[in-house]
Design a protein around this ligand. Structure first.
Ligand SMILES: C[S@@+](CC[C@H](N)C(=O)[O-])C[C@H]1O[C@@H](n2cnc3c(N)ncnc32)[C@H](O)[C@@H]1O
Length: 239
């Protein structure tokens, strides 16, 4: 079926968001996020641009909102350890199935896992140097998106940076992801929602202009390869 990618498919629902989703499929999806993120999300860039420079100045606090299986957090923890840098990393997710899986598969990384919304951390007075998310923005309804942006600014206060990273919707991204997961459909991605949900995610995702048009003042949107968006806020960008 050929989908119209000229507009966001806001009514399309990802299978992993279904509270009654098959648990074995869901857990296999969390497990395979690591491979997908290594292929498309470029977490090394997040580390080199935002985290390492700050951690070189001293101990920092990092928050991953919507951490899913927690693989990006664990990768960052490993890089920080390798570079002899000190940080506390919290993997936050609103879905207890994700936090349960991530906690059970942590392997001693030192990452803290928590099932909650960002606004709860804000209400508790938590502050971070880096707040980021990966593949979360497209899941959110308009009000939830505005709430997350407001909360993430509150969580870094005047000292940190917020970087929400997501897919950029395009026909090329859809075709590329379809081809990549088609090859692995009967092997590495078998028994998971990776292929189907990934394609729905691309249809739900924003283009650069769409994201810029819904972002409040002070936020900037950057496009990156292979088909990525980065919505960024830091105190100096508003002054
Ligand atoms: C596609 S997964 C991405 C997981 C992970 N960030 C990654 O890149 O592999 C989206 C995750 O965001 C979580 N999520 C959605 N809305 C959220 C919210 N408002 N607060 C926290 N987590 C949320 C979902 O439960 C899900 O685990």
């Amino acid at each position: 079926m050929r989908h119209d990618l000229s507009v966001r498919a806001v009514d399309a629902r990802e299978l992993m968001d279904d509270p009654d989703a098959d648990i074995a499929m869901l857990e296999r999806t969390y497990e395979r996020f690591r491979l997908v993120n290594a292929l498309v999300s470029r977490p090394g860039l997040l580390y080199r641009r935002e985290i390492r420079p700050r951690a070189r100045l001293g101990h920092i606090r990092i928050l991953d909102v919507g951490a899913g299986g927690g693989d990006v957090c664990r990768m960052l923890a490993a890089r920080l350890r390798r570079d002899g840098l000190s940080a506390e990393i919290t993997a936050l997710d609103a879905d207890e199935r994700a936090i349960g899986w991530a906690t059970r598969h942590d392997g001693g990384s030192g990452v803290r896992y928590r099932c909650a919304f960002a606004e709860e951390l804000l209400a508790e007075g938590e502050q971070y140097d880096v707040v980021y998310s990966n593949h979360v923005l497209h899941h959110l309804e308009p009000q939830e998106l505005q709430g997350l942006l407001r909360d993430s600014v509150g969580l870094v206060g005047d000292r940190g940076v917020v970087v929400h990273r997501d897919i950029a919707r395009s026909r090329a991204a859809y075709a590329l992801y379809g081809a990549m997961t088609g090859v692995g459909a009967s092997t590495v991605f078998r028994g998971s929602f990776i292929r189907e949900d990934g394609l729905i995610s691309i249809r739900r995702s924003y283009t650069t202009d769409e994201l810029a048009s819904v972002a409040p003042p002070g936020w900037s949107v950057r496009f990156g390869l292979p088909s990525r968006l980065e919505l960024r806020w830091e105190p100096s960008s508003t002054s």
